[in-house]
Ligand binder design. Structure first.
Ligand SMILES: Cc1cc2nc3c(=O)[nH]c(=O)nc-3n(C[C@H](O)[C@H](O)[C@H](O)COP(=O)(O)O)c2cc1C
Ligand SMILES: [Fe+2]
Ligand SMILES: [Fe+2]
Length: 398
């Protein structure tokens, strides 16, 4: 990326990298269009780098810095979050610029030692602490568990720029543009939800706490650690985080089914017809075995209605559906309107176990639940349509 110079405000630059080779983020989540690790440089009387990149990109990151300033002039390296996608390049910068002080939270200090054995020239900061760079000031706000316990954000007070770490981050490399007003923003908003559902969602209460805490800050720019820099419509992304962290789904239904021999598929088609005739035009149908559970989690976070259909398998839930439910349970998604159906041939069992999990999540289960023996009869098909209708009506009511 020769000639790269991405200025956010005078003297504030993006110095991140695009990772277009990793196919699974955190070893789990597909990255069909890559991801960026955003890092920032603030040049004032003192010079600060905010966050790093994954280890393998250290050299490229360093060259981004060199293009803008002699790296030996760096005074501070601020580490908002110790997950290695951001902290992996700290040992590199320590070797190259040993005199730069690493600034982090007290909890992060221990992680820095545990991960990298770095103990010297480290400064810890707490909530509300400030570091003057000369004309401008960095202030730190702890936002524990967004995404790890040590996490903080850095606010550049005079310029009203919030370096928000994983919060407001998205999957997707930065394709030629760096700001929300330069890129296909709908694509990144979609990926922001997938990132939220996959990575941040379990920490929705800490997100709510962080939003209240940061709500008083006046912000011109939100510069997250992944994806585009938000400057055009900051209210939109804050509003989305507020909704997602309160588990508010949009008016729509995700209908997710699994099937071995087609009996549950036939039933699913009837449920789908019911959703549409019940007045909910936004219906998205997914095969649980053939859709990445990264996307299934995203869709469950997206829509108010979630209808699940699966056959009984070895007296339990069809395995891919069991996996999805266990992920939803793990991520503690709340506040959904749910329908359940599925086929069995002798003992049954899937329905009761699915019900057990959604009850623990305190989802509202809409009647009728429709377990059926082997092949759905005409009567079952009517019940299945009624189930789809009932969920649609509840979803549209809210
Ligand atoms: C490997 C396997 C295990 C099954 N285990 C059970 C079971 O424990 N109890 C039961 O009632 N049915 C069980 N079934 C029967 C299926 O639930 C039943 O055939 C159902 O109609 C399959 O739905 P589908 O056509 O949508 O795949 C099992 C079927 C298979 C292939
Ligand atoms: Fe993280
Ligand atoms: Fe991250």
């Amino acid at each position: 990326m020769d000639g790269l110079k991405v200025e956010i405000k005078p003297g504030i630059y993006w110095i991140g990298v695009n990772d277009r080779v990793k196919d699974l983020f955190e070893g789990i989540w597909p990255l069909p269009r890559g991801i960026s690790y955003n890092s920032y440089l603030v040049i004032d009387e003192k010079v600060a780098v905010i966050d790093g990149v994954e280890e393998g990109f250290s050299q490229e990151w360093y060259e981004n810095i060199e293009r803008l300033i002699d790296p030996s002039k760096i005074d501070y390296v601020i580490s908002n979050h110790m997950e290695p996608d951001h902290s992996g390049s700290l040992p590199f910068i320590r070797r190259m610029v040993p005199e730069a002080t690493i600034v982090l939270s007290e909890k992060a200090r221990e992680m820095l030692n545990d991960f990298y054995g770095i103990r010297e020239n480290v400064q810890t900061v707490g909530d509300g602490d400030e570091i003057s760079l000369g004309e401008r000031t960095l202030r730190f706000h702890e936002i524990p568990y967004v995404h790890w316990p040590e996490t903080m954000v850095t606010y550049l007070m005079e310029e009203k720029v919030l370096f928000s770490g994983d919060a407001f981050g998205t999957y997707g490399a930065l394709d030629g543009g760096f700001f929300d007003d330069q890129v296909d923003v709908d694509y990144y908003i979609d990926e922001m939800l997938r990132y939220y559902a996959n990575i941040i969602g379990m920490y929705s209460i800490p997100v709510q706490n962080a939003l209240s805490k940061l709500g008083g800050l006046s912000m011109d720019v939100i510069a997250p650690a992944h994806g585009p820099i938000w400057r055009q419509d900051i209210g939109r992304v804050i509003g989305l985080y507020d909704r997602w962290s309160h588990w508010e789904g949009e008016k729509g239904v995700a209908l997710i089914y699994g099937s071995m021999y087609g009996n549950t598929i036939e039933a699913m088609e009837a449920v789908g017809r019911g959703v549409i005739s019940g007045g909910c035009p936004t219906l998205r149908i997914y095969d649980v075995s053939r859709t990445s559970f990264s996307i299934l989690l995203q869709e469950c976070w997206h829509w108010k209605g979630v209808i699940l259909g699966a056959p009984t398998y070895d007296t339990g839930i069809f395995i891919p559906m069991d996996n999805l439910l266990s992920s939803l349970h793990h991520k503690r998604l709340k506040n959904r309107i749910c329908g359940l159906f599925g086929s069995f041939t002798w003992s049954g069992g899937a329905m009761r176990k699915m019900r057990g999990i959604v009850d623990e999540l305190k989802w509202e289960v809409v009647e009728p639940e429709v377990p059926f023996k082997s092949h759905a009869t005409e009567e079952h098909l009517e019940q299945l349509e009624a189930l789809g209708r009932a969920v649609a009506e509840r979803v549209m009511q809210d």
